[in-house]
Design a protein. Structure first.
Length: 395
């Protein structure tokens, strides 16, 4: 009934056995530095979607079954802030992280840096310095529609994705990203032998996309909404992952937000490393990965970080021969997971239950079928307000 997965929550420096897929809660500059000994020159594709220098705060939606047309009624929680003293402080944040990404990339790897008009021009100068001017592969424009309050200028409805390669031996799978020719183009070639100045394309194979892409924003994609702010559409990441990596490659996103990049990477049989400094982002990413049946993946917490503990009413945990029962009376439970062989150190998630984004229902029971002998049961849970907790029982 529920997607099965394996997750581990541990400190980065614990030295435990690593799984190929990793979701890490931590400040990405420190995390990337910690990853260098193991991953320098080994990551095949990095997608980076950092703050845009917008000087705004972005709340997360945590309500269920809300009317999208009535934002004043939405239940909100802290998402993330994009506030900077000035442009210099923003670039001081960005530059060392781009340097580490360059070091982590494999010789055939690519970096896709996703920004908008606020800072993309300055970021290109930084990337020219780090990668070299000749390593700019594309300046991709992502086009989208949506309402805008602007009345004194043209509506700003595109982002810019700067694509840099580590060397001239980079991965680009052209046939993985071809798109159908426009119907008018097909009709033109069918009606005239002179169309295309004597050159006849393979119309059935499709064309290589231009460097401007139209994909709807997530606000228009009901099935993808997670409630996390500035979430990117899966189709956008799918084109990037297909183009610049191969099955079995390693894809990284060090500003992973809601987890679109690792979700798409796993779906396309790539391995992933996903990092974010916001606990709610990491929980949202975990929620989406579990809901999609991505397994296994390893969860880690950088040293010194601690989740907000749940101080509300005590939850109830019990079990029968068939299942485990869990109920939390003091707050809206958003997610819980179960370790049936808790060793007191590493949490190994054998089953998970989560509240669907468009549904108020969350299962209160998880199956223990197949478990034999004595059990050391541990439950970890997350509330919609961000509080977390843990409860253990032994039989």
């Amino acid at each position: 009934m529920f997607p099965q997965g394996v997750g581990y929550l541990e400190h980065l420096a614990s030295g435990q056995t690593r799984l190929p897929n990793r979701l890490i809660w931590g400040e990405n500059l420190a995390v990337m530095a910690a990853l260098l000994p193991e991953y320098q020159g080994k990551i095949d594709l990095i997608y980076a979607d950092p703050p845009f220098f917008s000087n705004r705060r972005y709340p997360a939606r945590v309500g269920r079954n809300e009317d999208s047309r009535k934002p004043g009624e939405w239940k909100l929680a802290e998402g993330y802030g994009d506030h900077w003293v000035d442009l210099e402080s923003y670039l001081d944040m960005l530059f060392p992280r781009l340097v580490l990404m360059h070091r982590l990339l494999s010789p055939t790897g690519s970096l896709y840096l996703h920004l908008d008009w606020h800072a993309n021009a300055y970021a290109r100068v930084l990337l020219d310095e780090i990668f070299g001017q000749d390593r700019l592969l594309n300046e991709v424009v992502w086009l989208y529609h949506g309402p805008s309050p602007i009345r004194s200028a043209f509506n700003r409805k595109h982002d810019t994705i700067l694509v840099y390669t580590k060397s001239d031996r980079y991965t680009f799978n052209v046939d993985e990203v071809r798109t159908p020719y426009n119907d008018n183009t097909v009709k033109t070639f069918a009606s005239s032998s002179k169309a295309g100045f004597g050159k006849i394309p393979d119309l059935a194979r499709g064309k290589v996309p231009e460097d401007w892409w139209y994909f709807p924003v997530v606000a228009r994609l009901h099935s993808e909404r997670s409630g996390y702010p500035t979430q990117k559409p899966e189709a956008l990441l799918e084109r990037i992952v297909r183009a610049s990596s191969n099955p079995g490659d390693l894809v990284a996103d060090f500003f992973c937000g809601s987890g679109t990049a690792p979700l798409v990477a796993a779906r396309l049989q790539r391995n992933f490393i996903a990092v974010d400094s916001q606990r709610r982002a990491v929980h949202t990413a975990r929620h989406r990965l579990v809901a999609a049946g991505v397994s296994p993946f390893q969860m880690e917490t950088a040293s010194g970080l601690h989740p907000e503990l749940d101080n509300s009413a005590a939850p109830v945990l019990g079990w029968s021969a068939e299942d485990v029962f869990f109920k939390h009376p003091g707050g809206e439970l958003d997610y819980w997971e179960l370790d049936l062989a808790w060793d007191g150190v590493i949490f190994r998630s054998a089953a998970q239950a989560f509240r669907a984004h468009r549904n108020d229902q969350l299962p209160e029971r998880l199956s223990m079928q197949g478990v034999r002998g004595k059990r050391r049961i541990c439950v970890r849970y997350v509330l919609s307000n961000g509080g977390e907790g843990q409860l253990s029982l032994f039989d």
